[in-house]
Design a protein around this ligand. Structure first.
Ligand SMILES: Cc1ncc(COP(=O)(O)O)c(C=O)c1O
Length: 428
């Protein structure tokens, strides 16, 4: 250390040490600067400008892609200002990056949340949250209609660490409350659920959480902040697979958790240890996708509703699951708490076995056969032979997966073209 620097060694290398400290050091939990949230503005204004520095490097209008794993310090004095928390800036890619901060602040603005943390996938986000919040002996209660990997993570993997998961029938609040005990830390649901599109009454869900002093988590991937903002209902954590509508172009994987700052600080700190972060290129794609979020969602909603209505009226269709239809069991809840109903539709083909159902899927000319949802391209799949292929027949019955079920993720193509394509596929 140069002798001309007036540094008191002990005061710099003592209580604020990053290692072994319960309180997260400032650079692991704080944003680099106060970014505009455009609170009170429309969603497109928020998604185009929210969370961005007004003046970017070299006057660039877009967020430059920072392809760096590490960040240099001018001098040791500069470094020491940083480790003392006097200068909030980047240090090392696992703890944050300019591209990440921009996306996180934009996401928080869209969710009306104090903060948001971005992960390398939706699953990485839920693993990060649960690993932070749960320990051996803790319990969580889930509504049972859920993304099958969430269920798998809880029942197979959290169980190995002594965390107990209770699954109760979706929407059965009495069963949920009965499953809560002194060890319960969190109640969890999707809304709408995948693939049955069941919507959860968030006022009741939050009331149960508050009455029992347990935290609440909603996977709002299918809803998106365009259609539903769970934070406004008092939900503690909002989880997204940003791979879906937020990215919107079927070209990236990402996930996020949004909520109050004090709850998320330790989650962010653990992400810095787990390392489930995105590359700058990925974050740039996510940010670029988010700029057109509202426009895309308007078309997804329009396509979803009109195609659901078309399917419901088609003689070869037995049942349509879409929360925008009056026939959906949770339509009233959806209509009361959502702005639109999204682009995902599940339907069954009348009198069809699995092969006749597969022929409908194969006959589609615009919709492409693939897992995932929420992108600009329309995707079609038969859950039996896609996500649920490896389940036993008993499990498929339990999860409500029928042989003649088709899941359609409406993209943003023209509505008439998609309807004509489905018509010829059903009529074939
Ligand atoms: C509702 C829902 N939540 C979470 C996930 C997991 O997200 P990811 O695939 O980005 O890990 C998915 C993935 O399909 C999903 O559909």
């Amino acid at each position: 250390m140069p002798t001309n620097m007036s540094i008191d060694r002990d005061s710099y290398l003592s209580s604020d040490s990053v290692c072994g400290d319960d309180a997260p050091p400032p650079h692991l939990v704080e944003r680099a600067d106060d970014r505009p949230t455009f609170s009170g503005h429309g969603l497109s204004t928020q998604s185009v400008h929210g969370g961005e520095q007004r003046q970017k490097p070299e006057g660039s209008i877009t967020q430059p892609i920072f392809t760096t794993s590490t960040y240099t310090f001018e001098s040791t004095a500069d470094l020491l200002r940083f480790v003392k928390g006097e200068d909030i800036r980047e240090e090392y890619g696992r703890y944050g990056s300019p591209n990440e901060k921009s996306v996180e602040a934009k996401l928080a603005a869209l969710e009306n949340a104090e903060d948001a943390i971005v992960y390398s996938s939706g699953m990485a986000a839920i693993v990060g949250l649960f690993m932070t919040k749960l320990e051996s002996g803790d319990e969580i209660v889930f509504f049972d209609q859920c993304y099958h990997r969430s269920r798998e993570f809880c029942s197979k993997h959290l169980a190995r660490y002594g965390v107990v998961t209770h699954q109760v029938p979706t929407g059965d609040f009495a069963a949920m409350e009965a499953a809560i005990n002194d060890r319960t830390k969190m109640i969890v649901s999707e809304s709408p659920t995948n693939p049955h599109l069941t919507c959860i009454d968030l006022e009741k869900f939050v009331a149960i959480g508050k009455a029992n002093e347990v935290e609440t988590l909603i996977d709002a991937t299918l809803a998106t902040p365009y259609n539903l903002r769970p934070i406004d209902f008092g939900v503690d954590y909002v989880w997204h697979s940003a791979t879906k509508y937020l990215g919107g172009h079927n070209d990236l994987l990402a996930g996020s958790i949004a909520g109050r700052r004090e709850l998320l600080d330790p989650v962010r700190k653990l992400r810095g240890v787990l390392g489930s972060v995105n590359s700058a290129h990925n974050l740039y794609l996510l940010e670029r996708g988010m700029k057109t979020f509202e426009l895309r969602m308007q078309r997804h909603n329009e396509n979803g509703l009109r195609i659901a209505e078309f399917l419901e009226a088609h003689p070869r269709v037995e049942r349509v699951y879409y929360p925008g239809l009056a026939s959906h069991p949770t339509h009233a809840i959806a209509a009361a708490q959502m702005r639109g109903f999204g682009g995902l539709i599940t339907f069954t083909v009348k009198g069809a076995d699995w092969e006749a159902t597969a022929r409908v899927v194969d006959a589609a000319k615009i919709a492409r056969i693939a897992p995932s949802l929420g992108g600009v391209e329309t995707l079609i799949e038969q859950p039996l032979v896609m996500s649920y292929y490896h389940c036993t027949p008993e499990e498929r019955v339990r999860f409500g997966i029928d042989d003649n079920m088709i899941r359609l993720s409406c993209g943003i193509e023209n509505t008439e073209d998609l309807i004509a394509d489905l018509k010829q596929a059903l009529d074939a």
